[in-house]
Design a protein around this ligand. Structure first.
Ligand code: NOJ
Length: 590
């Protein structure tokens, strides 16, 4: 019997005691240490001009959604001029706005409006690579082999008598070789350049002083415009091992697959990321120390850096958040953890211990623009193997179970101390589009893997705002750059606002209570007395509020102890007030 007699185990107070302290209360109330940051994917949040693509004025017009929700900050994925070969993560000019998204004046207006609404604004910085349409890369192509212009990227002669083979065996994260051969000005095949991602994303050479100076200047450009921080793309990739040696394993980031999840918790097969010559080289830290000095020179309130660094083990990942480096790093281990109570407890424990070891707050995230949304991921049995992206021919998730678990997972996440990241649409319980026609797909992962990986389009579908409007209210036309599945109408924001039990109202309540009780800065302890398929925690806020958090991942309902008042629950409690399967409750001692 898995859930051994939960009633008697939990009915008396002595069994409900904090057993293992995980984390002390945080006395520092600097905003970012406990902020809830909402990710906006500009292509897909709101379209103001009817071209089917979201834009900055569209975002500005809808910012009130976030004050209604109760978020503290927004992070905007890239909106810079870009050929959009990787949805804007291929930047052609770091100091401007792509006309598809608006103008610099629109960016200024967005920041001003957000600040009026007391929302901080974080922008995406993409320093590992530029677009091949960036002025420096064009100059490098024009200037030819051996030129100073080529030194700002990784150009090499090919192997073999005629240089027909790539300089090393590295593979691109998106599939295929990580090298592309250029045609020189005389019309002949010439040197090769490195791109860990798409061929249209050449990697910068970070050993070059001009690259370093340029990015410090870009930081200042946006800081001078009043932004509050940067999310740093591929923060673990900038520095490569000298000599660019061959590497027999795949040039991979930890992906969004169950295999990756297994890897996170599989102590028998640790694969430290820094063994790869492409990732997590020690030299990256010097770069972030210099950036931190730039940010600090702007004085208070703090402006922040958040690392996107797919690094294992956690002890190395937290090096990015030492006191003189970045403020935060995404906690992908949490995102990758399967819906298994013991695994969640382990990852919470590990994450807090690792972050505490450098004095940084942990962060928590369940969805973003690169992974299958958690409402969909959790609609499969834990441990199910699936590809990166789901198509109509794949086994479909159980949407109802997925949503129930997603709500429970979010309620667990938002009870944890530290910062939390939300991805647009998750507050509506939005699932991925899992039946998108292949001809609609735009992610380079799909194209470069020859369809073996379907890619990330499923989580990037434009937002549904209004059930009965064309394009579900995404913009003034019915156009949307990716097709919206019919089912999105039922999830539209206008169907949920003010509706008790809706996912939107659940998120609102969670964020309100989290703020009121200071859960983002609370101490945390494991609570004894529950079955192994239950996560039971006690958080004590800086003001002394004691909150019991019970997430039931088992099959038997879990009785709450006497003397608690339920503050919020991710789903209905059963008739006797017990916590059913796949439900999380926050309760307070009366
Ligand atoms: C991580 C970003 O989140 C992803 O969308 C992008 O494709 C890669 N970095 C390359 O910039």
């Amino acid at each position: 019997m898995r859930n051994h007699d939960p009633v008697t185990r939990t009915a008396s107070h002595p069994a409900i005691r904090p057993e293992v302290a995980l984390h002390p209360v945080d006395d520092n109330d600097t905003w970012w240490r406990s902020a809830v940051i909402y990710q906006i994917y500009p292509r897909s949040w709101a379209d103001s001009d009817g071209d089917g693509m979201g834009d900055l004025p569209g975002i500005t017009a809808r910012l009130e959604h976030l004050t209604y929700l109760g978020a503290d900050a927004i992070w905007l994925s890239p909106f810079y001029p870009s050929p959009q070969a990787d949805a804007g993560y291929d930047v052609a000019d770091y100091r401007d706005v792509d006309p598809r998204f608006g103008t610099l004046a629109d960016a200024d207006a967005l920041v001003a409006r957000a600040h009026e609404l007391r929302l901080k604004v974080i922008v995406d910085l993409v320093p590992n690579h530029s677009s091949d349409e960036h002025a420096w890369f064009r100059a490098a192509l024009a200037a030819g082999p051996g030129s100073p212009e080529r030194e700002r990227y990784h150009f090499r002669d090919g192997k073999g008598r005629r240089g027909t083979k790539p300089p090393n065996n590295w593979e691109s994260v998106f599939g295929g070789t990580a090298w592309t051969r250029v045609t020189e000005r005389d019309g002949r095949p010439g040197q090769w350049y490195l791109h860990l991602f798409d061929p249209k994303q050449p990697d910068f050479n970070w050993d070059h002083q001009q690259v370093r100076a340029e990015f410090e200047s870009v930081l200042r450009f946006w800081l001078d415009r009043g932004i509050d921080g940067f999310r740093v793309d591929v923060a673990h990739g900038l520095v490569k091992k000298p000599g660019l040696p061959d590497w027999s394993r795949r040039t991979n980031m930890l992906g969004d697959t169950e295999e990756a999840a297994a890897h996170v918790l599989d102590a028998t097969e640790p694969q430290p990321t820094h063994l790869s010559p492409c990732w997590d080289q020690d030299g990256v830290h010097e770069i972030y120390r210099s950036w931190r000095a730039v940010l600090d020179s702007y004085g208070g309130p703090d402006r922040i850096l958040c690392a996107e660094a797919w690094v294992e083990p956690p002890e190395r990942a937290v090096l990015y958040t030492r006191p003189d480096e970045m403020h935060q790093a995404f906690n992908f281990d949490f995102l990758l953890t399967p819906w298994i109570a013991q695994d969640l407890v382990a990852v919470i424990q590990q994450s807090l211990a690792a972050a505490d070891s450098v004095g940084a707050p942990s962060t928590w995230v369940l969805s973003n623009h690169d992974v299958v949304r958690h409402a969909t991921r959790l609609g499969y049995a834990p441990g199910t193997k699936r590809r990166n992206g789901i198509g109509a021919d794949d086994p479909q998730p159980d949407r109802k179970v997925g949503l129930k678990r997603a709500r429970a997972a979010t309620a667990l996440m938002l009870a944890l101390p530290g910062g939390a990241y939300l991805y647009q649409g998750e507050e509506l319980g939005l699932p991925d589009s899992t039946t998108m026609p292949d001809e609609a797909r735009q992610d380079p992962t799909y194209l470069r893997s020859g369809g073996a990986e379907l890619g990330r389009d499923g989580c990037r579908v434009p937002m549904p705002w209004a059930r009965d409007a064309p394009g579900f209210g995404f913009g003034p036309s019915a156009g949307t750059w990716l097709p919206q599945p019919e089912v999105y109408g039922a999830y539209a924001a206008d169907q949920q606002r003010g509706v008790a039990d809706s996912t939107l109202e659940l998120y609102r309540t969670l964020l309100r209570v989290r703020r009121e009780l200071g859960l983002g800065r609370a101490s945390l302890a494991l609570v004894d007395g529950y079955a192994a398929d239950v996560v039971a925690l006690e958080a004590v806020g800086p003001g002394g509020a004691r909150v019991l958090v019970v997430a039931n991942l088992g099959t038997a309902a879990v009785q709450l102890p006497e003397g608690v008042e339920v503050l919020v629950t991710s789903g209905r409690l059963d008739g006797g007030g017990a916590v059913p399967t796949d439900t999380t409750v926050w309760a307070r001692w009366r």
